[in-house]
Design a protein around this ligand. Structure first.
Ligand code: FAD
Length: 570
């Protein structure tokens, strides 16, 4: 069964993605490096059904769904795919245990059900995880949630506490709202002397353990884009929408290539604004709608440390400010800790984990771990901006994480604005978006994405170790780390990446940490990668392992590779 899937994957016709004729390559958050320079101008007079602004998870998820229903679609992304929020998440397919305290039952139920649907469609980039929630009866929580307010009214003596029975009740609902088939349910843990208890302070003797899932967020975006393209969509990265206007009842959209300044015009019957943190900017300054809908930008930061403990479970820590953070095993040798909630005023300001946020996360985790953490333990940080629907909530933590989709026809042609959303609910969000789009465009094609695997995901949920064994049998020169990394990234397509290699030297230069020329060539040809940053921080996380000289050498090699591809195409 597994051998068959590899053979099938190897024979599968490769989708050729033409290397764009571009040269310059530096990630730029605002992407206006080339200003108003006009190099060439091109115009596609064909009227597309849909032009999607934004190559994050929502834009690419909608593109895949729409292309699969036969719509003509283009996605335009001003940077790399997943270069904004969709590569900066905590990377969980989760129901969101804490949202129960905010009575967000619709969102939690949808997300819980979705976890297993997604897991089945992408067992390479997603996997089940167990979460350990330590409990101590003397802990106090300054919380302002609807649940704690209710408790304050009916049980005033409980004010400031999140009692054990409340947590147990929440976990009971978490276990039963979503109809689990794959993921195991909650259990109580005795921490004393256990593997899970060993890294924690001795005052924690009891914990609850429950299930959620991990996902490689930026790979999720790229795989959706690839599948959308395989179904006919155009994926245009480094392409910024600069204006959109109604022309004879459809949209005329002007874009600028953010590397060489080339201008291009698209025509589309409907526009989808999946600009994430820029959704408001697109409404106001690109499409110029007179809309009152608002987005609330909430920054969330993470820190990464060397691996802090020797098991594969995560910790769910509750803080005295009513917030929670996770500590998660990360990239084999590291631990990921996050997140924060801070107001972020302007999407054009690149989000960064401030020293205050670092200290907050270090202090928070140090209330639980035996070994206190300091700034010296931090090896990397990253930060993203949640584009939340502005529901008027008092604090960033309390603002709804649910999504809101609004069709606006006031400009004479329809635009669908996307607010909020979770990585976990992207497929359901896309289905809801397509309900609105097909109604607007009078197309009669139904839902199809549930149960359809993403590229490389056509194998059983428990099939990863078998795939690793098969890959090692076929390519005996692979180390355990290397084989696992390839299967986790490419699933049944790992053999397509390695091709007919019989020896490591057949794969060309090794840029470090098992990243070879052959793999980088695959990423440039099939996965829209253009720079070392695209490869090392979004197609994989080898940026944690390569030093700056190695990264620069990779960037130089990629620039040369682009130049020769470009020359060959001329
Ligand atoms: C700290 C943090 C932790 C999170 N953790 C989780 C989690 O564990 N689980 C979960 O389910 N969800 C999580 N989320 C939520 C999730 O990450 C987001 O809801 C999701 O990534 C939003 O995707 P998006 O496509 O809407 O936005 P983005 O990924 O930001 O994509 C929008 C894209 O639009 C592009 N764009 C903007 N303007 C233009 C223009 N004019 N022309 C062309 N392109 C343009 C941008 O470059 C960007 O790439 C988290 C979010 C944060 C911030």
């Amino acid at each position: 069964m597994r051998e068959v899937s590899f053979a099938r994957a190897h024979k599968r016709k490769k989708t050729k993605i033409k290397l764009a004729r571009r040269d310059v390559s530096r990630h730029n958050w605002q992407c206006d490096a080339v200003g108003e320079k006009r190099v060439t101008e091109s115009s596609d007079t064909k009227v597309l059904d849909l032009l999607i602004v934004g190559g994050g998870i929502n834009g690419c998820g909608i593109a895949r769904d729409a292309a699969g229903r036969g719509l003509s679609v283009a996605v335009v992304e001003m940077n790399d795919l997943a270069s904004a929020t969709s590569s900066a998440s905590t990377k969980l397919f989760h129901g969101g245990l804490r949202y129960l305290e905010y009575f967000e039952f619709r969102l939690v139920r949808e997300a819980l059900i979705e976890r297993e649907t997604l897991l089945r469609a992408m067992p390479h980039i997603s996997w089940p995880m167990r979460f350990v929630l330590p409990y101590h009866k003397d802990m106090r929580f300054d919380s302002d949630t609807p649940t704690s307010k209710l408790l304050g009214v009916f049980m005033p003596w409980m004010k400031g506490r999140r009692p054990a029975w409340l947590i147990r009740l929440g976990l009971f609902m978490y276990d039963h709202l979503g109809g689990r088939k794959i993921l195991p349910g909650t259990k109580t843990l005795d921490l004393s002397g256990s593997r899970e208890g060993r890294p924690l302070q001795e005052r924690f003797t009891k914990a609850y353990e429950y299930s959620d899932c991990w996902v490689e967020d930026s790979r999720l975006v790229v795989l959706n884009a690839r599948d959308a393209e395989a179904r006919g969509a155009q994926i245009k990265t480094r392409t910024k929408v600069i204006s959109a206007a109604n022309e004879n009842g459809h949209w005329r959209v002007e874009t600028r290539d953010t590397e060489n300044g080339e201008l291009q015009t698209f025509h589309a019957r409907m526009l989808v604004n999946a600009g994430g943190p820029w959704v408001g900017d697109i409404i106001q300054s690109k499409v110029r709608l007179n809309s009152r809908e608002g987005v609330r930008l909430v920054r969330g930061s993470h820190i990464v440390t060397r691996r802090l403990y020797d098991h594969d479970k995560c910790y769910f820590f509750q803080g005295t400010d009513g917030r929670i953070i996770f500590a998660i095993p990360y990239e084999t040798d590291f631990t990921l800790i996050g997140t924060t909630d801070a107001e972020h005023s302007d999407p054009s300001v690149k989000p960064e984990c401030t020293p205050e946020e670092q200290d907050y996360l270090l202090d928070f985790a140090s209330q639980y771990f035996k070994q206190p953490l300091s700034r010296d333990d931090v090896v990397w940080t990253y930060s993203g901006v949640r584009p939340l629907y502005d529901d008027g909530a008092s604090s960033a933590t309390a603002a709804t994480r649910d999504y809101t989709l609004k069709v606006d026809t006031s400009a004479g042609a329809p635009v669908l604005n996307i607010f909020g959303g979770k990585i976990t609910t992207y497929r359901r969000l896309a289905e809801s978006a397509l309900d609105k789009i097909t109604a607007e465009l009078a197309v009669n094609k139904g839902r199809w994405t549930a149960g359809v695997p993403l590229p490389g995901g056509d194998f059983p949920v428990d099939g990863v170790s078998g795939l690793i064994d098969d890959l090692k049998a076929r390519y005996p020169f692979l180390s355990d780390f290397w084989a696992k990394r390839l299967v986790r990234a490419y699933g049944t397509e790992a053999a397509d990446v390695l091709g007919d290699a019989t020896d490591a030297t057949d794969l060309g230069r090794d840029f470090g940490a098992t990243l070879t020329e052959t793999e980088v060539d695959w990423l440039m040809t099939h996965e829209y990668a253009r720079t070392a940053e695209d490869v090392l921080w979004r197609r994989n996380k080898l940026g944690l392992r390569l030093n700056s000289d190695q990264s620069r050498a990779l960037d130089d090699w990629m620039a040369r590779h682009r130049r020769s591809a470009s020359a060959a195409a001329e």
